[in-house]
Design a protein around this ligand. Structure first.
Ligand SMILES: C[N+](C)(C)CCCC[C@H](N)C(=O)O
Ligand SMILES: O=C(O)CCC(=O)C(=O)O
Length: 464
């Protein structure tokens, strides 16, 4: 547990004197330290800031307490580090020095544009009310008054803003500090050994409480899939379970599906053929985020379900064949769904890489892979064609490695839901009658429910 962290109080007054000379006396009296810093315009008109810090030994203790606790929760980092040591201003910025010796610089226009007072930000709709384009380009702070939990800023346009230290620390952009969604990034990659302890929750927990729903969603986020046991093997209850997360995504296959191998739709899913590991909807610009399956009737042979952790496979590829990994992260693949009369679905732009990384965090966020739905490769150079097929073979070898394949027999009462942007799924061929029901859910609606089922409204306000 965290020891109670001493609070640091700040009592700072900054004033801008007349004839534009900037003289600032920052007197910061806190339990641990005093800091006196001031800026003045020197002879050639440039601002220089001289700061003398008198830091007593107790401040080191403060830092040590902070450091020991920081590793345990990035959110704590926001809390603990967001009690500034000193604040200073320039004609265009407000500068905050944090206890960990980090310094954030915020443009005046950025702060004014992000003001969260009732006049500038709609408390209910969480939308901006301030007119960004009426903020003076030469906006300056006329006075700044830091308080225990935040800072009040009076602006040259007559407006007053208030920002919580925790919000400023979380949204600092120069530099950036905190991963604003730490709990969403705890991923557990897995291989075939997951069969010994697949993530599983109970239907009555999911339907019965917010905690049950949140736990289900956190499992899906962490493992990429989760079973729900005890679900009545019926359409209504299964559809209700899907809607526990969000409304169902309608596609050209309909909304909530209930299908058998009767080619009701022009897709091999509606046959008894084997389906290799794939993700669905590579032909949509925005592939479904979650896919739910409930096998409610089956009397035949075969038909086992396959799951492969695409994030695990991508990591294996990157470690063993980095060049192939680079190829599949860059070469864009076209896809189509054209089996139904009057349907020709292709994404915009018309091709995406199989492995999609966030250009900002360099985190793998989406796998788009269905070799059967891949369209004609008519846009690659000769070298790219050779590189692509070489990389594809390496990728496929990882997907079909028994070490990485999790085969499981779905059965009535056990619902499977998985992240279609991460988990590849497939099916063994089968004979006989097989009735599968399920649904797609949108990615953004899933992530929204994941956050709102886990975060308080105050935490959500901190994130936006
Ligand atoms: C709607 N339902 C899940 C039954 C079938 C979807 C068809 C799968 C398609 N080949 C794809 O990979 O997206
Ligand atoms: O029939 C199954 O078990 C899965 C079908 C499938 O892979 C799909 O609909 O995308």
């Amino acid at each position: 547990m965290f020891r109670s962290i001493p609070r640091v109080y700040a009592n700072i007054k900054i004033s801008i004197t007349a004839n534009n000379l900037l003289s600032r006396n920052l007197i910061l009296r806190g339990n641990f330290f005093r800091s006196i810093s001031y800026s003045s315009r020197n002879n050639n008109g440039r601002y220089s800031r001289i700061r003398t810090n008198i830091i007593e030994k107790r401040e080191l203790m403060f830092n040590n307490i902070c450091k020991r606790n920081l590793t345990e929760s990035p959110d704590l980092e926001v809390e603990v580090q967001s009690k500034p040591i000193s604040v200073s201003v320039t004609p265009t910025k407000v500068i905050i020095n944090w206890p960990d010796d980090q310094t954030s610089k915020f443009h005046n226009v950025w702060l004014r544009d992000h003001c969260k007072c009732d006049k500038c930000f709609h408390k209910v709709t969480k939308q901006r009310l301030v007119d960004t384009f009426k903020i003076p380009e030469d906006l300056e702070s006329t006075s700044v008054f830091p308080e225990p939990n935040g800072i009040k800023i009076e602006w040259s346009d007559g407006h007053t803003s208030y920002f919580r230290w925790t919000w400023l620390r979380r949204h600092s952009y120069d530099p950036q500090f905190v991963d604003t969604e730490p709990f969403l990034h705890k991923k557990t990659l897995w291989n075939a050994r997951i069969k010994d302890h697949p993530p599983t929750v109970k239907y009555e927990d999911v339907m019965g409480s917010k905690e049950g729903l949140s736990n289900w969603l956190l499992n899906i986020d962490q493992y990429g899939f989760c079973f729900v046991d005890g679900v009545p093997p019926k359409v209504r209850e299964t559809e209700e379970l899907a809607k526990r997360i969000s409304f169902i995504r309608e596609t050209h296959y309909g909304g909530f599906w209930d299908f058998t191998p009767n080619l009701e739709h022009g897709d091999t899913a509606y046959t008894s053929l084997a389906l290799k590991a794939h993700t669905d909807n590579t032909y949509f610009t925005d592939p479904s985020g979650l896919q739910m399956f409930h096998l409610i009737e089956f009397n035949g042979t075969g038909g086992s379900s396959l799951l492969v952790d695409g994030f695990w496979a991508a990591r294996r590829l990157k470690m063993t064949f980095p060049e192939a990994h680079r190829t599949l992260s860059t070469i864009r693949i076209p896809a189509h769904s054209a089996g139904d009369h009057g349907i020709l679905i292709e994404p915009t732009p018309n091709a995406y890489p199989i492995l999609n990384y966030d250009p900002l965090t360099n985190e793998l966020y989406q796998i788009r892979y269905n070799n059967d739905d891949r369209s004609t490769l008519n846009h690659l150079t000769s070298n790219e064609v050779e590189a692509f097929y070489d990389a594809l073979r390496k990728w496929n070898n990882i997907l079909i490695d028994k070490e990485n394949e999790y085969w499981v027999n779905l059965e009535p009462g056990r619902v499977l839901i998985f992240n279609n942007w991460r988990i590849l799924h497939g099916r063994a061929e089968f004979t006989g009658h097989r009735r599968l029901i399920g649904a797609y859910l949108n990615w953004d609606d899933y992530r929204s429910k994941l956050k709102t089922s886990h975060l308080s409204s105050k935490e959500i306000d901190e994130m936006i």
